[in-house]
Design a binder for this molecule. Sequence first.
Ligand code: HEC
Length: 116
Amino acid sequence: MHRQVLTITLILLMFNVFGRDEGSTTDDSGLAFEDKLAACAACHGVNGDAPLAPDYPVLAGQYKDYLQSALSDYKTGRRQHIIMNMQVEALQLSDSDIERLSAYFASKSGVVGLGE
Ligand code: HEC
């Protein structure tokens, strides 16, 4: 539990560290899509293929539908995990964010050979 709290704190700090690109559009949350992606990258890797910890999943190369449904389930609370439920909430992921993020990570090459 302590590690999760620490991680979440680090993520919040990160928002101050990452400057916002000039000209990127923000939505009601005050965040641009790039900001949301940068938050995901902190734990899952820029391409979704470099998880921060062994129990953090690889997103790269997973089916877009699967990622989309997982994120929607975190949003509705159907799937419970403190970290991801908080991410979806803090970043105010819209359905269109969920669609774009899922398409982005699905388009990346998956990690081959894990578990072999
Ligand atoms: C603080 C670290 C952290 C951040 C930031 C984070 N995630 Fe996660 N993510 C996790 C962990 C841990 C899990 C595993 C949760 C579980 O077991 O349900 C997870 C699970 C997921 C899953 C489910 C994957 C699967 O195989 O079922 C998806 C999809 C996902 N994250 C997408 C994202 C996206 C998109 C973002 C950015 C908006 C993001 N995550 C930000 C830590 C993080």
